[in-house]
Every structure is written in C-alpha cells, then in structure tokens.
Write a protein that binds this ligand. Sequence first.
Ligand code: FNR
Length: 384
Amino acid sequence: EAPEDMLNMADIEDHASRTLSKKAWAYYFSASDDMRTKTYNNTIFNLVLFRPRIFRDITVVDTTARMLGFKTSLPLFVSPAALARLAHPDGEKAIARACGKQGILQMISNNASLRYADIVSARVSNEQPFAFQLYVQNERARSEKQLRDVVKAGCNAVVLTLDAPTPGKREMDERLAREEARASGHVDEGEASSANSGREKDSDGGIGRALFQGTAGDLVWDDLKWLRKQLPDDIKIVLKGLQTVEDVVLATQQVDKTTGKALVDAVILSNHGGRALEGSPPPLLILEELRMYAPDVFKALEVYIDGGIRRGTDVVKALCLGATQVGIGRPALMSLAGGFGEAGVSRVIQILRSEIETAMKLLGALSIDQLGPQYVNTRQLDAI
Ligand code: FNR
C-alpha cells in the first residue's frame, strides 16, 4: 500500500489501524469514556446541508486563506498532538516538512516526541510559520524556560490548551497500559483491581495520563498576563479548547492594561477530539452558537475549530459558519503510519485540498472569503 492508494481519511485510519503498534493505535484512536463526543464531533456535520448555487463560472477556485497574519494555501492547520514518533521515526519533523511544502501551519505539541528546535529545523523555508502548544507546568519556571527556548528556535504563535487541565478517562489507552504492565509483571492483579479504592498508580493510566504529570490545574484568566510577559510582542497568543459563547466573549475582553492591546489573537473551539470531557459540545455547535449569540466576536479575534473534521465538505461547512481555519488531529498522526512518514501527511493534505476545491466548485463559491451562511441550511442544528 502506498500513500497514493489512500482516497480519504477513512482509508488513512484503516491503514493506521492495520500498521500501528497496539500501543500507538490505542493512544491515537482513544477518547474519553464511551467515545460518544468523539463520534458526535464528526456526525454533527451531517446536520448541516449545503445550498449550492448554479450558473457560476467555477473554472478557477482560490483556496488560499489567512491565519495569524500568514497566508496559507488552505484554511487548514495541523492541530497539536503528542508523540508522533509512535507512528514513524521522523515523527513531528515529517509533519513539519509536509506542512511546509503544502503551505499550512503546524502546531507543535508541548508533548511532541522530538525537541521543538529539532522539529523547526526541518522547515522547508525560513518563512514557514510554526506555533507551539503549551501546557503550563505547576513549576512556572519550567514553562518560562520552555518558552524562551521555543522563541529562540523560531515560533510565530503560542497555543495555550485549556480544555484538558486533567486528562479524560481514556479506557482503550488505560486498558492496554494495564495489559502491558501485567504482561511484564509490574502490576499484580490485586493492585490493578483495587484501583478504585484509592489513587491509581500513574503507570495504570495509560500514556495520556502519564503525559499530564506536572501540568498546572490552577490556571485562571489572569495568567494570560503572565504568558504575554514571556513573549515578544510579535508572537500571537491562541487559546485552545473553548467550548462556550461565554468563554469566547471573555477571551475578547482580555486586554493588556498598559498598552490597551488585546491579549488573545485567536481561539480554537475544541473539545480535544473527544479526549477530555465526554458530553461536551461538538465544535461545530459552539461555532453556530457564537454566530447566533455573539457575532461580534468574529471581528475581535480569529475563530478556528478542530475535532472530527474528515472531509473537505466538513471544512467548507465550518467556514460557512464563520471559522477561518480548521484543524486536523488524528488524521495527521495516523497518516505517518506504516512507513508513510512525510508522504502520508502530504497525502492527507492533498486529499483535503482536492475535496475542498470540489466542494467549493459544486457550491458555486470561488474563494474562501465568499463562503458564508448563505451557503448552508442549519435548521437541524437549532434542535440541539
Ligand atoms: C491530541 N490533542 C492534543 N491537544 C493539545 O493541545 N496538546 C496535545 O499534546 C494533544 N495531544 C493529542 C494526542 C492525540 C493522540 C490526539 C488524538 C489528540 C488534541 C488535538 O489537538 C485536537 O484537538 C484533536 O485531535 C482534534 O480532533 P481530531 O481531528 O483528532 O478528531
């Protein structure tokens, strides 16, 4: 099987399920509890229908978009996701090269499996933008040092993830960790089954939980000032994991008292791909609520979404409802599998590029800024 044989994101996932190690598959695929939120993130797109127009010259469509002051070839970015090397030895570097060649932005996870500076060194040109995703550490000095290093290596934005101050209960990941521990004799039966009688051992929680050691659980809005102070003025701040209209409005209200400048440049509506709170709203619904109840926020900051995006039509629907960029998490990781590496990630971006172009042509919209609510019927969303 070659990357070219992959026709869509489902093929990519299928390929990954057959070629990834058990551990990598469990970590990538898993989500919280019964994984209903993860599924709903995607199926909610079925509730939005297009309103395609006729008699338009669609011979040329322009998919270029903007993000944080940069031009991107598509309204698409790679969301920060940990441990890409579980899928391929080139890991996040392969993603960096594919994003550079394809003209989209990569957000590099705080828990990447390679050093930030090494990933950035794989850039295909000096102009290639990068964002660093931060989980603030209990020991703030550690985060401060991390930010200094990232700034030195080259970084255009810091993405502060806020939807997972503690990891969700990812049972696929947990179950496998227990199986492995048992197989290697680290945990005896008694210890594993007494888990609910006291605090679980970290090793029982799977990769997800182990990665969260040391992450601060006490962040409040005021900490944004601390973050701004760590960064040169030209580095943008993006908040990731907003799930209500209220919090997006609050984000627009955060200003630096001395300069009067807004502290937040963009927000990513996200529920962490269903890996945090089960029962949290799919990002498309949050987007629709913003459009209904707080349309002014779109003028104050850039609004992106991620979670469950698997088709060009999903991207186009999100753009019609006001998002200006859309992120993919699992597809990028999974496309590295089975030896694909950079070629796999490029294939994913190319598939989505072609699907986005086809959707825009069939819709009769010739450029990204033409996409708007006039192209969608959202009445089924009103019922939720
Ligand atoms: C993630 N996500 C994530 N987010 C983040 O801010 N920092 C991180 O380190 C990670 N790590 C991570 C690992 C894995 C394996 C997955 C699947 C996800 C969440 C990620 O940025 C994004 O929000 C979701 O993946 C989007 O959903 P889809 O596209 O995977 O459905």
